[in-house]
Design a protein around this ligand. Sequence first.
Ligand code: GDP
Length: 141
Amino acid sequence: MAEQSNLTFGIIKPDAVRAGKFGNIIQRIVDNDFKIRAMKLIHMTREEAEGFYDVHRERPFFGELTTFMSSAPCVVMALEKKGAVKAWRDLMGATDPAKADAGTLRKEFGGSLGENAVHGSDSEENAEIEIGYFFSKLELV
Ligand code: GDP
């Protein structure tokens, strides 16, 4: 098992899957030297999306966010790389695709602040929690 600091959790969100862009995003992940330790296509229920985004429960966009995240399938992933949390967030780009740097996934594939193509953990602690929300230890290869 790799050090936790080398693992992060990512989602290819429903907008990108619906648009048929998940293959392009997986290719970018591989090209950027992440090792995919676990990956599956799931369709979250509203309750599962609410559980995942529990920290945002009081935010005004919570309903919109969890409706969107449960609207269609998404791809959940455990990704390994040195300094994975920062490396994956750097590749994703800013939350708002309009403000994301050129060459980032959100710039290329995100459509709006809410529907921004990808998710990434914001800390090593949350990466561990989020990987555990979707994967058992046995599912990490
Ligand atoms: P992230 O860590 O870059 O994903 O950003 P945040 O933790 O601030 O927000 C989590 C997710 O909530 C974002 O990726 C967006 O999908 C969504 N989100 C953030 N702000 C808004 C908003 O103002 N409106 C809507 N609809 N969604 C938002």
